[in-house]
Design a binder for this molecule. Structure first.
Ligand SMILES: [Zn+2]
Length: 200
């Protein structure tokens, strides 16, 4: 079979213009079919993850859960085993973390007080990379997974300029596009206090 015939058959199946040349329209249709539309991976139901990940995923908002499962699935397809190891924390839990290395023993683990972390609003999760049962806190694989996460429409902490946070992912609400982190957090606190939906 010639390459042109092959492309024509694929184009016919995708429902795009059949011309035997795989241009942008054809590639967008292929991408949407195989990868799923960016940010709308919610439409492709990923299978439940391992129990530990599912426990964390259950603390996320429903809009974010399929993306976390999708990331686990995508990473697995690339031979990388990841788990969601952290999900949503209450303000009180965040305050307790903030106290570490300040008023409580231990090293500092966060610069965010209660209500000042994206983890307080159901939109953020952290992953761990595993080799067998071994947790890898530091691995070049975090970068590879970051690219997969951004493909899904997630914001990746590894792409941040100020505090690079490679295990971190979050789903930025549409209204927060272009907002500074500080501004987004203020609006998230307001919405939470007033009982307005985060993604509404
Ligand atoms: Zn995080």
């Amino acid at each position: 079979m010639s390459l042109e015939t092959m492309i024509r058959e694929v184009q016919a199946r995708l429902g795009v213009q059949v011309d035997g040349r795989a241009g942008p329209e054809t590639w967008h249709a292929i991408h949407a079919r195989i990868i799923g539309p960016a940010g709308a991976a919610a439409q492709t139901e990923a299978a439940p993850a391992d129990p530990r990940s599912e426990q964390c995923i259950a603390t996320l908002l429903p809009e974010v859960r399929p993306l976390a499962r999708g990331l686990i699935e995508k990473a697995a397809m690339h031979g990388i085993a990841i788990r969601v190891i952290s999900g949503t924390r209450s303000y009180a839990e965040q305050d307790a973390l903030y106290a570490k290395g300040r008023t409580a023993p231990g090293e500092k683990v966060t610069n965010a007080r209660g209500g000042h972390s994206n983890h307080n609003f159901g939109i953020a999760f952290d992953i761990g990379i595993f080799e067998g049962k071994r947790y890898l806190g530091d691995s070049p694989k975090y970068k590879a997974v970051g690219a997969l996460g951004m493909d899904l429409g997630l914001e990746w902490g590894g792409s941040w300029k100020t505090i690079v946070d490679q295990p971190h992912y979050q789903l930025r609400p549409a209204w927060a596009a272009g907002l500074r982190e500080r501004e987004m957090l203020a609006e998230l606190r307001r919405r939470t206090a007033e009982g307005v939906g985060v993604f509404g």
